[in-house]
Design a protein. Structure first.
Length: 171
């Protein structure tokens, strides 16, 4: 074992290491080293949401990204005044609300806990302060986010195209 690894192990408690290890598996944090992930943990809040509890509502102003540590979260969209449609159910390791890191605009959907869930929360204001001190964090996360959003947009485009083709074929 290198001396630096020994010192890291001495200085970090098991809970902190567990949190850093968890974040290292989240795609938005690809390419960040142990030290930088530790900086992110320092600005991260962890909150437990109960089954059925709303994390945010459609049209709320986005101020944070949420990462699922435990549990499942459903993302829903208002279809009519009294009806919602489930867009997706997310699982541990998934994240949502990521657009809030880029801009503080109204949320496009509602997020709700399907079961008791532990959520890691990073507020934009804290994230912005971190990337002022460590610009390389902002560059890597923004690049990762662009790749992830591009994949999601491509997938959505494929779904819409398939729906249009299906509609045209039934006419």
């Amino acid at each position: 074992m290198k001396l630096t690894d020994f010192i890291k192990n001495l200085l970090l408690d098991k809970e902190m290491k567990k949190k850093i290890q968890f974040l290292s598996g989240i795609s938005i944090f690809n390419g960040l080293d142990f030290n930088l992930l530790g900086k992110i943990i320092n600005i991260t809040y962890i909150k437990t949401y109960q089954k059925g509890e709303t994390i945010f509502n459609e049209t709320d102003i986005g101020k944070a990204i949420f990462i699922i540590g435990r549990g499942n979260i459903e993302i829903t969209k208002k279809i009519s005044e009294r009806q919602e449609g489930i867009l997706v159910v997310l699982a541990p390791g998934d994240f949502f609300g990521e657009m809030a890191l880029l801009e503080e605009l109204p949320r496009s959907a509602t997020a709700r806990a399907v079961e008791e869930s532990e959520i890691y929360i990073i507020y934009k204001v804290n994230f912005d302060s971190l990337i002022e001190k460590y610009p390389q964090v902002g560059v890597k996360i923004t690049k990762n986010l662009a790749t992830i959003l591009s994949k999601r947009l491509r997938k959505t485009s494929e779904k819409v195209t398939a729906q249009i083709l299906e509609t045209l074929q039934t006419k």
